[in-house]
Ligand binder design. Sequence first.
Ligand SMILES: *Cc1c(COP(=O)(O)O)cnc(C)c1O
Length: 398
Amino acid sequence: MKYPTPPTVVSLDEILPEEPLLMMGAGPVPIPHKVAYANSLVINHLGDTMNRVIEQVKTMARYVFQTGSGHVMGVAGPASAAMEMAIANLVEPGTRVLSICNGLFSKRLAEMAERVGGDVTRYDAPEKQGAEPEIIEGLLKTGKFRVITVVQGETSSTVWNRRLVDICRLGKRYGCLMVVDAVCTLSTMEMEMDEWGVDAIITGGQKGLSSIPGVSLIAFSEDAWRHIEKRNSPMAHWCLDARLADNFWNKHAYHYTAPVSGILALHEALRLIGEETLPGRFRRHAICSAALQGGIEAMGLELLIAPEWRLASVVGITVPDGVSADEVRHVMNSVHKVEIAGAFGLNILRIGQMGEQSRTHNIFRTLHALGTAMRVRGGKVDLPAGMAELERVLASGG
Ligand SMILES: *Cc1c(COP(=O)(O)O)cnc(C)c1O
């Protein structure tokens, strides 16, 4: 069959909805216009123009990670590729790894470490709770771990490892390299790479940063870099080899053709964070998430996680008995044009509070859509009480 009839397809206009859904799920999140515009450009991946862009992206990423590290890099790929880059470079066959698990993404780090031959011990934190440093210390005493993997916020279970700082400091005392996934949390809440003793920090574009999916950021500490430079075992991944990536990110030389449009988008996303400042951005996220949580509870619904361990960047909601989370989401999508997330297999709902999701107009619309959809699907909710509480918390400044 040489030159068969070309396939019959429809244009994108026929596939894409006339009014895009407001994306209030677990990512990707809406992006600012300047980010979208930057993402529409293509420039040469090498040369003076790109070099200036790269230098600024690194400078701004250092601010967002709160690090002075000389080993900040972008990754062409999802946050998972940045996770894999951290793991593949720091874990060698036989390296003892302690993986702190609170759900899907933290388990993914453990699986990645196993795949490169790491000797991995998984610690599952109690359900609906973050990890406690006292328990981690007990584990560290039992074996000589070299690497610890942990998430700041576990998007899947909506649990916040609020004692991450203590866990990082502890890990350092026991001579471990700390690999921290800050994909959903970065720029929504505090994260100080150098101060806390993080050795590899990972983020994606499509969550807290409000950029596009598929272009991610990673930074290695000096400790981590020394380890990478002196490792003996071969690196199986060519694209994810940090030493090769360093050629592009720090020596203006070729590694692979960088995703220029996505890097331009990231540049704008980071620049907007700088304009807002980190403290300003943390405050906006804290107030919006608190207002949303208050509104949900005042409506008569229960939040999945107790306040102590509750993640602010992604809020989990228990769906009342007799109501289907999928049906509620369907009504929100089709009638209100608001998309929120379910959870892989569980009857819960999750609403994102990352980047552009944390805007007052977006949370009003989302809470209203949630309340009416619940009612339509048989849930007993007091929508006016919920909206009033949302308004009250916003007005009181959290
Ligand atoms: C979304 C997410 C990831 C994975 O991001 P991808 O871009 O889908 O690879 C990893 N960790 C956390 C905490 C996340 O929220």
